[in-house]
Design a protein around this ligand. Structure first.
Ligand SMILES: [Fe+2]
Ligand SMILES: [Fe+2]
Length: 385
């Protein structure tokens, strides 16, 4: 972000906070408030430019715009502190913010509104909280409630994936450019030594399970692929393939996906169709790498081909499918579902090593588990003979 942009954003937050102070002092209808709202609207219009979406995360006392932190000022600190007291940790601006939407934001910032305002999503303005609860890494691990940039990044990309995929179920083409951007962001974060396990620790919310799961599987598979030395377009295609592995689930009835409990036999038959449905959808979508079609089709086949869909005995699964399957199972077991608790890392580790050579590719499973050990065991402990 340039210095000018940074100054303009600071000015935007100053206008909002000042308008909130004037709302407290006079009323939301006061001309001074209207003047400030008008100025803020003009400014945000130019700041958005051609962007259709800007994510604002509130981490500690800082504002993170996209991936850039904004220098803290008295106004930005007040903006963050006040919204956090309303349970807001994430805002998404989607398109041209109108007067009423800006006023709603200002009322949330005003301290003397009675009763206190609660955030309401509108067309161009969405509010969210970042669920920072983390499950432990081992038996004795503690829950951490501190925000982290890792989980904020994942949260942000999950929202983006959800938006991209919302078109898929309505027979609109997928935005392959948007998917590529998610993969690029993950690779940049991994380059900056993001710990993939820390990033995937936030607990899944049931309704967002598929999107959180898909971004988790993507991040884990990318970290694994990089570790194996894969690079360039193959690495990017692997990221997109992992991200889209479960896209076929979008075509399942929502009540099956969100069912609180285990699926019955009939539902299970439908769920088993999602690899084929996903591959069929992706093969007809322009710009999607061939690898994504293959991975969507193969990700439940298992190493010994005992999974689904059923294929000939000599079927050769792609490396990417094997890697996605491993990350898929790891993430699924680490996640709390309505019918079972989340397993801790050591239990999941044990289970994966038992599956290696049967359901999971032995060498790839071993390199995945090595990666997990390296990021979960402190080096001093890992080096102990
Ligand atoms: Fe799946
Ligand atoms: Fe999956």
């Amino acid at each position: 972000m340039s210095q000018n942009q940074s100054a303009a954003w600071q000015n935007f937050f100053r206008l909002l906070v000042t308008a909130a102070s004037n709302t407290d002092l006079y009323s939301p209808q006061h001309p001074q408030v209207s003047r400030l709202v008008g100025k803020a609207r003009e400014l945000i219009g130019s700041l958005m430019g051609s962007d259709t979406r800007i994510n604002i995360m509130l981490i500690d006392q800082n504002i993170i715009l996209g991936k850039s932190p904004l220098p803290a000022t008295l106004h930005t600190i007040r903006f963050v502190d006040t919204l956090k007291t309303r349970g807001i940790e994430h805002l998404s601006l989607r398109g041209e913010i109108n007067q009423a939407e800006l006023l709603q934001l200002i009322l949330l910032l005003a301290k003397r509104q009675q009763p206190p305002q609660s955030p309401q999503n509108s067309t161009n303005l969405r509010f969210g909280s970042i669920d920072m609860s983390r499950t432990g890494q081992g038996e004795g691990a503690t829950r951490v409630s501190q925000p982290s940039t890792e989980s904020a990044l994942l949260h942000c990309e999950r929202d983006r994936l959800e938006e991209i995929c919302s078109g898929a179920s309505k027979n609109r083409p997928l935005s392959v450019t948007g998917l590529k951007e998610i993969v690029i962001h993950f690779l940049q974060a991994l380059d900056q030594e993001l710990d993939p396990l820390l990033a995937i620790f936030p607990l899944h919310k049931q309704d967002q399970y598929s999107f959180t799961h898909s971004t988790n599987v993507c991040l884990l598979t990318l970290a694994h692929a990089r570790r194996l030395g894969l690079k360039g377009s193959l690495l990017h295609d692997i990221g997109i393939a992992a991200l889209l592995h479960d896209i076929g689930k979008l075509f399942l009835p929502v009540d099956i996906i969100n069912k609180p409990g285990k699926p019955n036999d009939e539902e299970w038959q439908m769920i088993r169709l999602h690899p084929v449905r996903g591959a069929e959808y992706l093969v007809g979508t322009a710009g999607v790498p061939q690898l994504a079609v293959v991975t969507a089709y193969e990700h439940h086949m298992k190493y010994d081909l005992t999974g689904y869909p059923t294929v000939k005995k000599n079927w050769q699964q792609h490396l990417c499918s094997h890697m996605t399957t491993i990350a898929d199972i790891f993430d699924a077991l680490r996640t709390k579902r309505s019918y079972r608790e989340a397993m801790n890392a050591s239990k999941v580790r044990k289970m994966l090593s038992e599956l290696a050579g049967q359901e999971l590719h032995p060498e790839l499973c071993s390199s995945f588990l090595q990666m997990i050990d390296e990021v979960t065991i402190p080096p001093s402990v890992a080096q102990t003979p």
